[in-house]
Design a protein around this ligand. Structure first.
Ligand code: NDP
Length: 419
């Protein structure tokens, strides 16, 4: 059916590419392009003989629009799947605009250098106007709406698990279970154990930036910001057990607040063990989470990037991680004049993921929806000119694809609610 150009070849891309290769009647050609081409070549070699898809590789620096445009013109893909880092979202969108190719990603834009004065001025204005201080927000990518519309191409933003599947769960709940949704609590539980004292499940830089930042939630039309980890709850997760979870700011809150009419409150909670939190606080206190360059032995280094070189590569956690993830949403609202609450969730087993694609469940639960979102656009089911979040489209074909491609979901019509 079509050719996909995947940019990035890390933990998430590794899974998404293997899923595209399994789904070779849709993805007939796959070009894997990244900064370190040896990783792309290794994945291509691993897939040889296992798929009918034709696989090629290329080297690209996705910070350069010119390099991306040259690559897209050479490869001529039907669609570009961006699984590099959020830092590259805008350059890749620019390249898609210049070449007239559809765009898909799994995380919204965040600048690499948060001390850049031009970005900082816009950021500080946004903090004041909107009331949340996260470094990432959708304004940068939503600003491409008119240009994508005029170019007649689609940008599908945020098709990972959260954002991604959680947003599709919201659209599905609204379509089939509610006349009005009043509250959404998104619960991200990783009950996995990798045996290291400290490691992050996906890119350490992105992960630690997110977790050490202020929390926030949406209530009655505005943002309420909290100190990092200020709000804690306990919850018993199906197939995992009881965990502590903490309220974080998360990007889908912003798009769901815009796209779910009448919603009164949206919160996001993630589980953390005490050891993770103690390590993180210590790293933060000594300055290792800083994102600005500092001088070391006559050379500039960015502490959080240096830290990344010390921590285990998330891609290496797969064989050692045991246990399950349980990620989903609790919805409350009204159906036919009566109050109702449901929970939709998926449980994913780290070792099962490893058996299938040699990856832990965090990359798996992101890589599978990245493939599915790309398939939705490629098949024309979710294709219209402009820039969209996943909840803008009909959730049904995506929900079916989750069941088929390894992330089956459950609807619990009597969930325990969170105060
Ligand atoms: P990794 O760090 O494992 O992989 C990132 C990949 O991007 C690497 O292959 C890296 O290449 C490549 N890359 C980085 N910079 C460039 C560049 N300038 N040009 C070309 N390639 C580049 O990250 P993950 O796989 O863990 O995460 C990928 C994305 O998925 C991130 O945006 C992350 O935020 C998102 N994500 C989304 C989730 C969701 O549920 N929505 C959950 C988890 C992650 P190299 O090897 O050379 O460094």
């Amino acid at each position: 059916m079509g050719k996909v150009l995947v940019i990035g070849c890390g933990g998430v891309a590794g899974v998404a590419i293997q899923k595209c290769a399994q789904n070779d009647s849709v993805f007939t050609e796959i070009c894997i392009a990244s900064r370190t081409v040896s990783k792309c070549d290794a994945l291509k070699a691993k897939l040889e003989g296992k798929t009918k898809a034709v696989i090629t590789t290329a080297k690209v620096n996705a910070d350069s629009v010119d390099e991306l445009v040259a690559l897209i013109n050479e490869v001529k893909p039907d669609i570009v799947l961006n699984l590099a880092l959020p830092y590259q979202d805008l350059t890749i969108m620019d390249a898609c605009l210049a070449t007239g190719v559809d765009y898909v990603d799994s995380a919204n834009y965040e600048p690499e250098d948060t001390e850049n004065p031009v970005w900082r001025a816009i950021y500080e204005k946004r903090c004041k106007e909107k009331g949340f201080t996260a470094y990432f927000d959708y304004s940068w990518q939503w600003a491409y709406q008119d240009r994508f519309k005029e170019a007649g191409i689609t940008a599908l933003l945020g098709t990972g698990f959260d954002p991604g599947v959680t947003s599709v769960f919201s659209a599905y709940a609204l379509k089939h279970y509610f006349d009005e949704i009043h509250t959404i609590d998104i619960l991200d539980c990783n009950g996995g154990d990798h045996g290291y004292p400290f490691a992050t499940n996906f890119n350490p830089e992105i992960n630690l930036r997110e977790v050490s930042a202020n929390g926030s939630y949406w209530e009655n039309g505005h943002w309420v910001e909290t100190k990092p980890m200020e709000i804690k709850r306990e919850y018993v997760f199906e197939q995992v057990g009881q965990k502590d979870m903490y309220l974080l700011h998360h990007e889908e809150i912003e798009s769901l607040a815009k796209n779910i009419p009448g919603v009164k409150r949206i919160r996001f909670f993630m589980t953390f063990g005490q050891s993770y939190l103690t390590h993180m606080k210590c790293l933060e206190n000594v300055g290792m989470l800083r994102t600005d360059p500092v001088m070391f032995n006559g050379q500039e280094i960015v502490p959080i990037q240096f830290l990344r070189t010390l921590l285990p590569d998330p891609a290496s956690l797969g064989p050692r991680t045991v246990g399950k993830t349980n990620i989903g949403c609790i919805f409350t609202g009204i159906k036919d004049g009566k109050e109702r609450s449901i929970k939709i969730y998926n449980v994913c087993d780290h070792q099962e993921c490893y058996k299938e694609v040699e990856s832990q469940a965090i990359s798996y639960t992101t890589g599978v929806p990245a493939m599915i979102g790309t398939m939705m656009v490629l098949k024309g089911l979710w294709k219209k000119p402009g820039v969209f979040n996943v909840e803008d489209f009909d959730p049904d074909p995506y929900m079916e694809a989750l069941n088929r491609w390894g992330l089956p979901w459950v609807v619990d019509e009597n969930p325990v609610l969170i105060d």
